[in-house]
Design a protein. Sequence first.
Length: 338
Amino acid sequence: MNDKWIRLVGIPLIAVIMHIVSDGFPTGQNAGWWRGLCVAFSITITIWEGNRALFKLLRHWYPGYDLTARRLVMQTLVSVPLTFAATVGLDFGWGLLGIEVCNQGELLEDCLRNLLPTLFVTSIYESVYFFGEWKKNLQRSEALARAGIQSELETLRSQLDPHFLFNSLNTLAALIDDDNEPAHTYLEQLADVYRYVLVSRDKITVPLREEMDFVEAYLYLNKTRFRDDLQVERDIAPAAYTTQVAPLSLQMLIENAIKHNVISPENPLRVLLRAGGSPEGYFSVMNNVQPKTGLEQSTKVGLRNIISRYRLLSTRPVEVLRENGLFTVKVPLLTVNS
């Protein structure tokens, strides 16, 4: 136990306090008061070190947070007789040296008074040990929880392993009739979407042409679901395809538009993708606003993520506009040296 400073400070301090409580403050050249302080110091150090040794032994016998109650019971059952024995023994020993500690009628009172340092010492060591064990127990629980989460994550990752998924897609393709061309096309687009996510997720930027190929595959999947209820227009200058964008950023903006707006035959969602030919231009994703009702408000985590990424990639900020029933997000087109 690393308690050197507690003992160096605690033992003299308790001895002085207990002696002052018993005999008051010294007055003049009072040799008896200083002898009494030596007696108090001997009693305090004996009780402290005795209870400390007892605590170390009980900690070995009843270790851990779960056995706290049993350890406290045993500490109480042993420390009280130990305190009485130390008090009587020291009173007798000092008496042999000619120093009377207390009268016979005051021996019980002296023993009871010495239970105070016993209580103090026990409280210090037990509290430090208890909270230390509680903290370790909490850390073990958190480590087990993290291990469980990590295990679940690894299981999920193994289930979503690229080879596993592509083999499953190939198997699914083999099960589809050869004359079912729409199903084969849908499956190919799904594979392209997943392949792009795997390839681009560790890249900082990608060419706009690659991102748009991915966007087209993603839009194909959603058009199959929503058909004419999802209407997408493109106005992209040929020169813009040589610029760079943050990977998955354009798809995320389109996904947000689909996720947060009503899409129906009566209220089709119209999305406009626009980019100018200037290297210092912007790529805009614009949609009409027709928010869903009865659902939780958007957390805008995806949009904040895009804004944060482009803040690191360009001095030009992402622009977010909402006016005239339209929601527009403009991300800066990047050059290789941006």
